[in-house]
Design a protein around this ligand. Structure first.
Ligand SMILES: [Zn+2]
Length: 188
């Protein structure tokens, strides 16, 4: 950030009185611009024992497979955002189940939330941000071509729970910058 979104004045980096960290403060109008983490909402759309993935048509991770998910918009609930992303990325209508995974990624200031979801019919296609959309059974999942650790981890947990009789349990985990290296396949 260089300029104030309120008045166009130039910003300086300083700790406001009574605060304990650096903020962008406008020299002209004095407004403090707080930057806070972003929330990404998504779902695991299921048809029978298969999961719907999309291949990304946009950066980052262009060409990699992902679960439909994206940044929440202002004025939206978490569930509305997850349903909207499924519609936009895979042209699929889903009935959301319970929240299934919640990840904090403090190094990039993001929070990911995935719901379980039931596809209302076996109908889907690639949305504007996807190259293709496809249903995958566990054995077909392109584990080496998944977009993000949060997607990989959610799918690992989902298929493990499914194999163990479908007792799906909500998980909240933290994922660091070196998660992939440190935990290898375990992060899954
Ligand atoms: Zn200003």
């Amino acid at each position: 950030m260089k300029f104030c979104t309120h008045c166009g004045g130039s910003l300086r980096h300083a700790i406001p009185e009574g605060d304990d960290r650096l903020r962008h403060i406008c020299d002209a109008c004095g407004i403090v611009h707080y930057l806070n983490p972003k929330v990404i909402a998504g779902c695991i759309p299921v048809w029978e024992d298969r999961v719907l993935l999309c291949r990304r048509a946009i950066e980052p991770r262009l060409g990699y497979w992902t679960l439909p998910a994206g940044f929440m918009e202002l004025g939206e609930t978490l569930a509305e955002a997850a349903r909207r992303e499924a519609r936009e990325e895979a042209n699929v209508e889903v009935e959301l189940g319970p929240l299934y995974t919640l990840f904090s990624l403090p190094h990039i200031s993001q929070v990911y939330a995935f719901f379980r979801a039931r596809m209302l019919e076996e109908r889907f296609s690639a949305g504007a941000e996807s190259l293709e959309a496809r249903l995958f059974g566990e054995a077909e999942i392109p584990w080496d071509e998944l977009s993000f650790d949060t997607v990989r981890r959610s799918l690992r947990l989902f298929f493990t729970d499914l194999r163990n009789g479908g007792g799906f349990v909500f998980r909240m985990e933290d994922i660091g910058p070196d998660a992939w290296k440190r935990r290898g396949e375990e992060i899954g």
